[in-house]
Each structure stands twice: as C-alpha cells, then as structure tokens.
Design a protein around this ligand. Structure first.
Ligand code: GUN
Length: 263
C-alpha cells in the first residue's frame, strides 16, 4: 500500500450490486466502509433488478478497460434471469478480487495464485494467526460450494491437511464431523453442527450466516454446544465475516499492484 501511495496510485474497488436483496445490500455496505477505512476508493454500481444480461456485461467490460479500477466484484447471488457464470467469466481475471474466474480457480488448484477467494483466505488467516498447524490434521469441510467449500478444501490441502469434503449426500455427516481436528462449516443450514458432532479439542470454524424467522443471525454451528468441546471456535457474527472483508481489501491492493504498476 505504501509503495503504491509513493507512486501516486490509489487502489479502487468497483462493486456491482443488482437488485435489492437485503443481505447483499448489507454485505456491499460493509465492503464500502472497509474501503473507506483502508484508503481504498470504492465505486458502487447499484443496478435495478430489471437490468439485462447485456447491460451488466457492458458495465463489466467498461470496468475491465478502466485503468483507474483495480478490482471488480459483482455481488452474488444475481436476480433470476441473469447468468452468474457468464458474469464471472467476463470479469478480467487480473481484476477478479473474488477469485471466482476459472483462470483464478485453476491457479488455486495448482497452488500458484495471485488471488484467493476471500472467505477461505480469511479462514486460513484465522488458523495461522491462532498458531494452529494444519499439517497432518484431519480437516472436514462441510459444504462444497464454489465460493467456500471447494476452495477451502484446496487451501487446507495446500497446508498439508488430510481433507474430507462433506455435502448433502454424505451418508453419516455426524460421524465424519466427529473425526475432524479442524471442522469448517459452510452449508447455510442454521446450527446443523451440534455439540455431539464435534470432537473434544477440535478447531471449529463457522462460515454460515443464517437469518432466522425471528431475525436472529446464527451460523451453521450450534455455538454454545460446540464451545463445550472445541479448543478454538469462531462466533457468528464477528468470526469469519470480518476476515472475509479484510481479505477483499488485501486482494484489492494486490490487484492495484498487478494492474497499475505492471508488477
Ligand atoms: N455472495 C456471498 N459471498 C460472496 C462473495 O464472497 N463475493 C461475492 N461477489 N458475492 C458473494
């Protein structure tokens, strides 16, 4: 960041939000606040739900070619009728601060990457900063999404974990979870992971963000029960969420370095 400042470069993050999904609006607002806090310019493009695929693609192409834009993020999910895959594929991979573009996904698989997806990167940072060594540990990731589960399992593998990925067709989820030294829950099912599914001394990381009918925000882990067993555990809110945003800021600075200094 300091090196960029010396060159007169201010990283800029373009955030596109289509429609008015309340959760997405909150995420985008938090990303904007983080940019302001870090001295990153934030460019918000709030488009109506009726936006066409062509209009959205045209905006991304404009941002791809704008030398003042370091990173581009299109908040997901998109309203029905818009093609998320086409949108992800259109974002120039050098500006893809979400690391969702197939080129970036492939680079992560190989282990030679510029960007990591923000949520899994945030989880790895929490693990590292807590002094937890992944090498040889049994890691269980619950959830196989492209945004979290799949890249999460790859990052744990890069750190020499023995990784199991569980999903809705897993036969005995509780038994798999009970094997975990490091358990990452990323399925979007409120409090799916109960205390009896946690091994004594396990590290429990909750990526879930579920709004209950009574408006309470809970994770994928029954926190109070899991707390009794875990040696370390993340709460919801206030656990992985802030780390995700911090990693987005890091990726945006990286994008500015890649795009604006020719590094
Ligand atoms: N929706 C939920 N998580 C994310 C994310 O990390 N990036 C984007 N673009 N959309 C999301």
């Amino acid at each position: 960041m300091e090196a960029l400042k010396a060159k007169g470069i201010k990283p800029a993050l373009a955030v596109i939000i289509v429609g008015d999904d309340p959760a997405s609006k909150i995420y985008v607002k938090n990303k904007k606040l983080a940019c302001e806090f870090c001295g990153i310019e934030s460019l918000e493009y709030a488009l109506p739900a009726e936006t066409t695929q062509e209009e959205l693609i045209a905006l991304i192409e404009k941002l791809n070619n704008d030398h003042n834009v370091s990173g581009i993020l299109c908040q997901l999910p998109l309203p029905k009728g818009l093609d998320e895959e086409a949108v992800i594929n259109t974002i120039k991979y050098e500006k893809d601060v979400d690391a969702f573009h197939p080129v970036n996904v492939g680079k992560i698989m190989i282990g030679n990457f510029d960007f990591l997806p923000c949520t899994p990167a945030g989880v790895m940072e929490l693990i590292k900063e807590s002094g937890i060594d992944v090498t040889g540990k049994k890691c269980v990731v619950v959830g196989r999404s492209n945004i979290v589960g799949k890249p999460m399992s790859m990052l744990l593998l890069h750190k020499n974990g023995t990784v199991t990925v569980c999903h809705s067709k897993t036969q005995d989820l509780a038994a798999e979870c009970r094997e975990a030294d490091i358990l990452v829950a990323a399925v979007g099912v409120p409090e799916l992971i109960t205390g009896d599914m946690v091994k004594e001394g396990a590290v429990v990381i909750d990526v879930g963000m579920n709004r209950l009918p009574d408006k309470r925000l809970v994770g994928d882990v029954a926190f109070d029960e899991a707390l009794e067993k875990a040696s370390a555990i993340t709460p919801v809110p206030g656990g992985v969420g802030p780390m995700t945003i911090a990693m987005l800021m890091k990726n945006t600075v990286k994008a500015a370095e890649l795009n604006q200094t020719g590094k």
